[in-house]
Design a protein. Sequence first.
Length: 253
Amino acid sequence: MKIIIIKCLKDNYSYIIYNEQTLMSAVIDPSEADPIIKEIEKNNLQLKYIFNTHHHYDHVGGNSKLKEKYKCKIAGYEKDIDRIPGIDIKLKDNQKWKNELLECEILHIPGHTSGHISIYVKEINALFTGDTLFSLGCGRIFEGTYNEMFDSLKKLKKFPKATKIYCGHEYTKKNSEFCISLDPNNSKLINKINNINENIKNDNPTIPSTLSDELECNIFLRTDNLKIQNQVGINSGDPIKTFTKLRDLKDNF
Ligand code: ZN
Ligand code: FE
């Protein structure tokens, strides 16, 4: 099984996963149809499924055109049937779903939107996190509470450390500037920033990240760290308060 990373719109990523023998494929979060069609045709793929991590237009924008062209099935969270265009397959929290192309695990991770999910494909070690977990950041809280977002990130932290993180946007550079401003002595973060800058200079995606990198460098996953708590003025040792403070600071960064 292989992954193709596709740049869409201004800073979105869509992902095609495909089986090299059967050439069957699925796309995650097609922001727009044309760049996906281009890759499908270039690689002679057959598009069987669309997965949407959530209903925002920059993640579902290509649904209708792709469905019409390829007669593929669209899978999204069961409670977002009115918001995900063309949905056929209603995914549930904790569902393990197997089809002719792949086996995956769905988690409901609300916060950015109430119906946000992640998709884990164990065979390729890949976790698609949409706009919940970004490399060195997390999504804005639009429909949920700080607690919900915190709990959703906590669920994602439990995957194997080597898991590759494929998120919905190229926000890594800006996120890294926020992390380093509050965590200036983190040598792992400093190394990661060097890699990020190198990738950006060469016009390469900074994605995928790994969960182990994120656990060590992403400040939103490090809210139980004393230094970080002190840095944002939380003296009660409360990770959720720290998370809330960080999220607010980032919204104005
Ligand atoms: Zn979004
Ligand atoms: Fe988005």
